[in-house]
Write a protein that binds this ligand. Structure first.
Ligand SMILES: C[S@@+](CC[C@H](N)C(=O)[O-])C[C@H]1O[C@@H](n2cnc3c(N)ncnc32)[C@H](O)[C@@H]1O
Length: 283
């Protein structure tokens, strides 16, 4: 068989992915081939003529079958880029979503310029929010809490990869339970916020491959917000900021919970698609 070059290989795979209805076909094909060849996107782009061995084509085929079976590329390659940083993933961590980067933008906006500040990240998962904040705020330190020890193990490894481990502390338990009387300048969370009965209707990539505990927000999707907003004031300095990612139809309910719990002026921030995405509340 005539050896194929990298460009021909990934474009052929992209056609198969498109035929199967995968929206991000070209990107997924490049990421999978790059993973097999040990090249990042840029390296692959300038090495389109590189000959791909039969052994590499066979490895790629195994990964392609998993993608065609609905497994997200980030799960297959075991990492995902978030806020310009690469985050390792394991079975217990949610794949970080681009829309969550807004929490990091806002956190930086609130804390930039402070010589010292403390951040609490509730439901930290891969640690993507806290680590991205610490990489961009040299005077900040933070605690990341998650129910899952396995997720925290991954968050710890990610903090080492990004050189911020000395400013992090990972604790297992439910929301504020692993804390004593620590106070923070910023409490941030992307909690589980899908109503339990809606989970079955989610796309395969999410329903089958993200951990249920990272998605399930209880009967009305608001269970985590009740716990977090109810407990946050005890752990916020005044003035302090609460930043919460929300589902597109939850702004009103979450803002009302903030007001009930003595937070001031909760405001809704929209994402690039114009959807309500974050609630900002001051204490
Ligand atoms: C939507 S995921 C967010 C993960 C990560 N922060 C991100 O944005 O990619 C929610 C996280 O909350 C964690 N979680 C769920 N219930 C929890 C609880 N009661 N206490 C602490 N963490 C919890 C899950 O394990 C999961 O890692």
């Amino acid at each position: 068989m005539r050896a194929k070059n990298a460009g021909t290989v990934w474009r052929g795979l992209a056609r198969r992915f498109r035929g199967a209805g995968i929206e991000t076909a070209g990107l997924d094909a490049r990421l999978l081939l790059g993973h097999v060849l040990g090249l990042d996107g840029l390296q692959l782009a300038v090495k389109e003529n590189l000959l791909v061995s039969d052994a590499d084509i066979a490895s790629l085929e195994l990964l392609a079958k998993r993608r065609l079976g609905g497994e997200p590329v980030a799960r297959i390659v075991g990492s995902k880029e978030f806020y310009g940083l690469e985050f390792g993933l394991n079975e217990a961590t949610l794949v970080p979503r681009p829309e969550t980067e807004m929490l990091v933008d806002l956190g930086i906006e609130f804390l930039e310029g402070r010589k010292r500040c403390a951040i609490l990240d509730l439901g930290t998962g891969s640690g993507c929010i806290l680590i991205s904040l610490l990489v961009n705020l040299s005077g900040a330190g933070g605690i990341g809490i998650d129910l899952s020890e396995e997720a925290l193990e991954q968050a710890g490894q990610n903090s080492v990869c990004h050189g911020v481990e000395a400013r992090t502390d990972w604790r297992a338990g439910s929301w504020f339970a692993p804390l004593g009387d620590e106070k923070f300048d910023l409490v941030v969370s992307n909690p589980p916020y899908i109503a339990s009965q809606e989970i079955e209707g989610l796309q395969t990539e999410v329903r089958k491959f993200d951990p249920r505990v990272a998605l399930d927000g209880g009967r009305d999707g608001l269970a985590a917000y009740r716990a977090i907003i109810g407990g946050a004031s005890r752990h916020l300095r005044s003035p302090g900021t609460l930043l919460l990612e929300i589902g597109h139809d939850q702004a009103e309910a979450v803002a009302a919970l903030c007001l009930e719990n003595r937070f001031e002026k909760p405001s809704v921030r929209k994402d690039l698609a114009g959807q309500p995405r974050v609630i900002v509340a001051q204490y």
